[in-house]
Write a protein that binds this ligand. Structure first.
Ligand code: HEM
Length: 468
């Protein structure tokens, strides 16, 4: 059937639920926590239509519709102005925020850094960073409790800087980390201004701090790029790939600014998400002793009580299931959005140019029609048989289609390596029975830093093991 004969999607379409929340209720929720601005219907219905400030928004939770939009009609969708207004000042037009040909050559340029053999070579560095965290926790005089989000950020930050940029060089790691948090904090305001079509320059709380953070982040990587141009030293990392990349259409290479866009993109996208996925994993395991015992037993069986080695990581199947289930309940990137650059067919309707298509991953992962007892933590859902029986897009912590996370295999390897090293040595205990409330600031984090107490696990003796 030709697309012209299809009816436009609207609040009158059969099978399309409608949200009639007013901007007066949506916008404050968006500023506080965009998850709270989602229409509750999307946790039960396949598709929800809403119009806020004259803009059509189509929310999809049906896996078949998500496939039709993000995969089959990927060329009719781009990241859109909301995303660029929120992230552009820090990430410019790097891989996450760019569209079209500019996105494509950047993706092709960095792809070699994420090939399977290359990733296997990064495992020693991932294990070593986790060992550093373990030794910090078990050092004489260390406190008995840790802020689990902060600790995981530190660990994954060490890994991303070490693996992608061959180490921090002159970068002040603590300041960069703080800068990223300061930058992300007020992004709800930016989304709200963008949805209401209000200008960029309007003031909002945290704006000046976010701008200072973005400037600091950029100046620190720009210095590093200049140093690498002066001393190209044969290293084979992401920086080298970006320095060597050339656009297949024009033949031009990347400017320092474009390289900085991408380094900032990888540092930001590549450490916060995995850190939060791990923090939620440990918070869940602390409240589920049976599953915790099973992961620990698997780690002990695979490592035979010795140090965790790169070849062990692929054998830790249950640990991977646990991490997957934690990301189902608490997807680190809980909402993705696109804007239609032309009209396209979706589920028998026509989506108009300019409409915003929202895939609320959090709602898909908790959807009443897709999951039995969706709120229950159950890593068995990711055992091979049940996983095979599920629609491919009922679970999508890394997104879908050509814009799927380039770091998904990196993140999974890293998470399992960190779980193995830490759970082998320590037991993490929560302060209360209830899970902390989640809050979205681009990524999904505990509303308040969650403190966990650290107990040395018997019979781990605390031998510091250096990777050979
Ligand atoms: C558990 C950890 C992670 C999660 C849950 C996650 C999630 C996502 C999601 C959902 C997207 C798609 C966004 C969209 O469609 O709008 C994405 C894109 C991206 N992620 Fe990840 N990510 C993780 C780890 C990483 C890591 C470790 C890296 C880098 C080392 C990374 C780099 C990127 C980049 C560069 C993009 C943009 C890709 C493109 O548009 O071509 N991510 N991520």
């Amino acid at each position: 059937m030709s697309i012209e004969t299809l009816p436009w999607i609207s609040d009158q379409c059969p099978g399309v639920a409608v949200s009639r929340r007013s901007p007066l209720s949506v916008v404050p929720a968006l500023v506080r926590d965009p998850l709270q601005a989602l229409p509750p219907e999307i946790y039960r219905e396949p598709v929800v239509y809403s119009q806020v400030a004259g803009r059509r928004r189509i929310l999809l939770a049906d896996p078949a519709l998500i496939h039709e939009a993000l995969v089959r009609n990927a060329d009719a969708l781009n990241k859109g102005e909301d995303v660029r207004r929120a992230l552009g000042p820090a990430l410019g037009r790097g891989l996450l925020t760019a569209d079209g040909a500019h996105w494509r050559w950047q993706r092709q340029s960095v792809a070699p850094a994420f090939r399977h053999e290359k990733l296997l070579g990064l495992l020693p560095s991932m294990i070593a960073a986790a060992e550093k965290t373990r030794e910090r926790w078990l050092a004489p005089g260390a406190g008995a409790s840790v802020g689990i989000g902060r600790e995981m950020m530190r660990t994954t930050f060490d890994i991303i800087v070490d693996t992608m940029m061959s180490g921090p060089g002159e970068i002040d790691v603590a300041r960069v980390e703080r800068g990223i948090t300061d930058y992300l904090k007020p992004t709800g305001w930016v989304f709200a201004l963008s949805i209401l079509d209000l200008p960029d320059w309007l003031p909002y709380p945290g704006r000046r701090r976010a701008a200072a953070a973005a400037a600091y982040l950029r100046s620190s990587v720009t210095r590093m790029i200049a140093e690498r141009r002066r001393n190209p030293d044969g290293r084979e990392d992401l920086v080298a790939l970006l320095l060597a990349a050339s656009d297949p259409e024009s033949g031009r290479t990347m400017t320092d600014e474009e390289i900085a866009d991408n380094l900032l993109t990888f540092v930001t996208a590549g450490h916060e998400t995995t850190a939060l996925g791990l923090a939620w994993t440990f918070l869940l395991l602390a409240r589920h002793p049976e599953q915790e015992a099973r992961v620990v037993a698997e780690i002990d069986a695979v490592t035979q009580g010795g140090p965790v080695r790169p070849e062990h990581i692929g054998q830790l199947a249950y640990a991977r299931q646990v991490f997957s289930e934690a990301m189902r309940l608490y997807p680190p990137a809980p909402i993705i959005t696109r804007t239609a650059t032309r009209s396209f067919a979706l589920g028998g309707f026509r989506v108009p140019e300019g409409a915003v298509v929202i895939v609320p991953i959090h709602a898909v992962h908790h959807h009443a029609a897709l999951w039995t007892d969706p709120a229950r933590f159950d890593p068995e859902r990711f055992a091979p048989e049940p996983a095979k029986a599920r629609h491919r897009y009922a679970y999508m912590p890394f997104g879908a289609g050509p814009r799927i996370c380039i770091g998904s295999a990196f993140a999974t390897m890293e998470a399992v390596a960190i779980m193995a090293v830490l759970l082998q040595a320590v037991r993490l205990r929560a302060r209360s029975d209830a899970m902390p409330d989640p809050m979205m600031k681009v990524t999904l984090r505990p509303r308040r830093e969650a403190e966990m107490s650290v107990e040395r696990r018997h019979p781990f003796q605390g031998a510091v093991t250096q990777m050979s």
